[in-house]
Design a protein around this ligand. Structure first.
Ligand SMILES: [Zn+2]
Length: 286
């Protein structure tokens, strides 16, 4: 009798231990599945909460942003290319997105205010999994007159992107790049001031180290854009390629498949820029 009740107790302990083990396993398997869910999927399902409401420019931001969740820093020896498109959205945006989708490649779009209702295209870029960076609202060099003028313009494009996506981008590209000298006509030393102030406010700015040359003339042939773009294969590490999403730049769209194919066959991984991944800085000239 005693022996049988001991057996029962042992059985109970064993089954309790088994249940505990099964629960632990299920818990870790669940946690892993959550981890593996992409930032994009979480963003779409609303699991990632974006920073709400107004922007507090005086304080560095510590909240995790979706723009940081995307983009991995290159591993040592890894070949990575960041495709970047400035000055959109435009009539070409949809075609660029279709090419990127076809090759399953993600890119970074440094947007400006192009036309009334352009939030729709900005949202489309974001929803299709690409990175949105802040280029400028006006894209006028008069933004370099003062820090106040610059940050007022930045706030306007930040608000536009926020109204389109619900995301506060912290990734910036200066009109003309941080090395531009045109800003000297407006304010001596402004680029040095702005680069420091942006970082103090929790932004990261990113220039480029590879130029597709699509802005070297109004219309540049697709062949030339391809040739210039692929000349950086094995030359820069990683490659941050400058391209333009502007209405007249239809040849950029034509060149894109060949550029992607050549970088892909040279073993490059395509990624998006983020404040946490990689940022290229030019030498300042003002
Ligand atoms: Zn631009």
């Amino acid at each position: 009798m005693k022996k049988r009740s001991n057996q029962k107790i042992i059985q109970k302990i064993l089954s309790a231990a088994f249940i505990l083990l099964a629960c632990t396993f299920a818990f870790f398997a669940g946690a892993k599945a959550v981890q593996m869910k992409s930032a994009q999927a979480m963003r779409q399902s609303g699991e990632i909460q974006e920073e709400p409401g107004t922007i507090h420019e005086e304080q560095p931001v510590t909240t995790a942003h979706i723009s940081d969740a995307l983009g991995k820093a290159p591993k040592p020896g890894e070949r990575v290319i960041y495709l970047t498109f400035d000055d959109g959205p435009t009539d070409n945006t949809e075609d660029i997105l279709d090419v990127l989708d076809e090759y399953n490649v993600k890119a970074t779009f440094f947007v400006i205010y192009t036309h009334e209702g352009c939030e729709k295209e900005i949202k489309e870029i974001y929803d299709r999994g690409h990175q949105i960076g802040l280029h400028s609202y006006s894209h006028s060099y008069s933004i370099y007159e003062s820090q106040t003028a610059y940050f007022e313009d930045l706030r306007k494009i930040s608000d536009l992107v926020f109204s389109a996506t619900g995301m506060r981008s912290r990734l910036v590209r200066f009109p003309g790049g941080s090395s531009n000298t045109i800003s000297r006509n407006y304010n001596e030393g402004i680029m040095t001031e702005l680069t420091q102030e942006l970082e103090r406010r929790g932004y990261a700015y990113c220039d480029w180290n590879a130029d597709s040359s699509d802005a070297s003339a109004t219309v540049v042939s697709a062949e030339r854009i391809v040739n210039r773009s692929v000349a950086y294969i094995g030359q820069e590490d990683p490659v941050v390629l400058l391209m333009h999403d502007a209405n007249v730049k239809t040849t950029t769209v034509e060149a894109l498949p060949e550029i992607i194919e050549q970088y892909r066959s040279a073993g490059y991984r395509f990624d998006v820029l983020s404040t946490e991944s990689f940022t290229e800085h030019h030498t300042l000239n003002n």
